[in-house]
Ligand binder design. Structure first.
Ligand code: UDX
Length: 475
């Protein structure tokens, strides 16, 4: 095992660009407890905060949202994420993790500052940087001594440069004129629904900076994770910034391609599972679960980062037709899934009862941002259908967007008297349903399985007319 680790480190070291290759050896980096301030307690900030506390650091999380901080102090989480609550409670109790709205206090008691505020899509598709800029202004105002600033928010390429020049100019105007800093680009790759596991598991660690000393200290901060075998990429800031966009859009290109194939297979009668196995073999490391067709890509990162990348590419005069195509493909695919319900109901949904199973953009999260369910609810309600929704976690978030749908206590409640069922999220609970019982409860036996979780043979045996993403009989 030790030997394997050594080889792994060597691989990691070869990820270093030439000018950094001999600057320090990751094998020699010693762990040191850091005092960390994390600004922004959204998905990324909160999970990172709990994660860094767990690997032995002192962490203080800051947010301007007083209600959120008040709740966090009482152990109430703003989001659902497996394992998060337990971790936050454990480290709040042992004093390694604390919460505040007072940014100055947080800065005073930290050496490393991690910016993890949101950068949502602005009107023109570019990432909106208002929260990020507000944080940087506060840093200029309140920082004292020397700080390492890690940028974890997904930011447009060039933000490191902007931050350096902004701080240099504005620190001079502040009370603490002598404050100094280093900036490190340190993007995150956490997947919602398994973000805590990802923090300690497969997540790559990317650190981009100009200062060797700061890079060394950030590697110290991640040392326990690096020792556990997480891949490390040490590089320059602009490369680190670009890796994040490249990573997300690469995954989006892949899934959009698979979704295209699923629709093609539906038309020609091929089995998507066979196709996926074939594609996976073309790349030794590609697990089939990461190239499964679905009802369309949702979530905060994929759609927003593709739009931000397209916006940047236009600014730089470098068209990215592959990336642009994923946006068009995804929009079309989300509508195609909904079209399947219309087709089963002879293109007339007015007055029909439609059950939507799953409104979260994927399983194990309560997040509904860019969820395919949005298209479905929008069209069905607009056309006068009665929509009954069930989702184990995400109903209250969707109810804010679509108060006119009925939100049900159970799957069986939602499908009762349904003329059609549309399944959009791959919750485990849905995989284990009793299709025989469902057949007895519905008014018309129509099903669209947007996640390929139900066995076509069983659907057929129970008399359903159904559509899926080209999943054929189990042969
Ligand atoms: C993604 C990236 O995976 C993560 O590394 C990044 O930093 C943030 O964005 P996340 O948005 O949480 O994470 O979800 P992910 O599991 O990657 O899925 C994104 C979308 O693609 C979901 O709508 C999901 O249902 C869909 N998907 C994913 C598929 O349709 N098929 C797949 O095989 C995988």
């Amino acid at each position: 095992m030790k030997y394997l680790k050594k080889i792994f480190y060597l691989i990691n070291i070869f990820c270093l660009p030439f000018h950094l290759l001999f600057s320090f050896d990751i094998l020699q980096v010693q762990f040191a407890q850091k005092r960390i301030a994390i600004i922004g307690t959204g998905y990324v900030g909160l999970i990172s905060g709990a994660g860094f506390a767990q690997i032995g650091h002192k962490v203080i999380c800051v947010d301007i949202d007083q209600e959120k901080i008040k709740n966090l102090k009482q152990g109430i989480m703003p989001i659902y994420e497996e394992g998060l609550k337990e971790l936050v409670q454990k480290h709040s109790n042992n004093g390694n993790l604390s919460f505040t709205t007072d940014i100055q206090k947080a800065l005073d008691q930290s050496d490393i500052i991690i910016i993890a505020v949101g950068t949502p899509v602005g009107n023109d598709g570019a990432a909106s940087m208002s929260a990020f800029r507000a944080v940087v202004s506060s840093l200029a105002q309140y920082m004292s001594g020397h700080k390492i600033i890690c940028i974890k928010s997904t930011v447009p390429v060039g933000t490191n440069k902007y931050t350096v020049s902004f701080l240099q100019k504005n620190i001079k105007k502040s009370v603490n004129k002598e404050a100094t800093f280093d900036i490190i680009s340190n993007p995150e790759f956490l997947r919602e629904g398994c973000a805590v596991k990802d923090f300690f598991g497969r997540n790559p660690i990317v650190v981009g900076g100009e200062s060797k000393k700061a890079l060394y200290e950030v590697c110290q901060m991640y040392k326990p994770l690096i020792d556990d075998g997480q891949p490390l990429i040490v590089t320059n800031p602009v490369t680190a910034e670009t890796i994040k966009y490249a990573w997300n859009t690469f995954l989006k290109v892949r899934i959009s391609y698979v979704n295209d194939m699923a629709r093609f297979c539906c038309a020609v009668g091929a089995d998507i599972n066979g196709i996926i196995k074939g594609i996976a073999l073309s790349d030794f490391h590609l697990p089939t679960e990461r190239i499964s067709p679905g009802p369309g890509i949702g979530g905060s990162c994929f759609p927003k980062d593709a739009l931000a990348l397209i916006n940047l590419s236009r600014k730089y005069g470098v068209p990215l037709p592959m990336v642009e195509a994923t946006v068009i493909a995804n929009k079309m695919h989300k509508n195609w899934i909904v079209d399947q319900v219309y087709e089963l109901l002879d293109n007339n949904v007015t007055g029909k009862n439609i059950a939507i199973l799953g409104v979260a953009f994927k399983a194990n999260t309560d997040d509904v941002r860019y969820s395919p369910a949005i298209e479905a609810l929008d069209r069905f309600l607009d056309d006068g259908a009665h929509v009954r929704v069930y989702d184990p976690r995400a109903m209250s978030n969707m109810a804010v967007l679509f108060p006119d749908a009925a939100y049900c206590d159970s799957l069986y409640d939602a499908i009762c008297d349904a003329d059609a069922i549309l399944l959009l999220t791959e919750w485990n609970e849905f995989k284990q349903v009793n299709l025989e019982q469902i057949a007895k409860l519905v008014r018309q036996k129509n099903i669209v399985d947007g996640r390929n979780i139900w066995d076509p043979d069983e659907l057929e045996r129970n008399g359903f007319a159904f559509r899926n993403l080209a999943r054929r009989s189990n042969i």
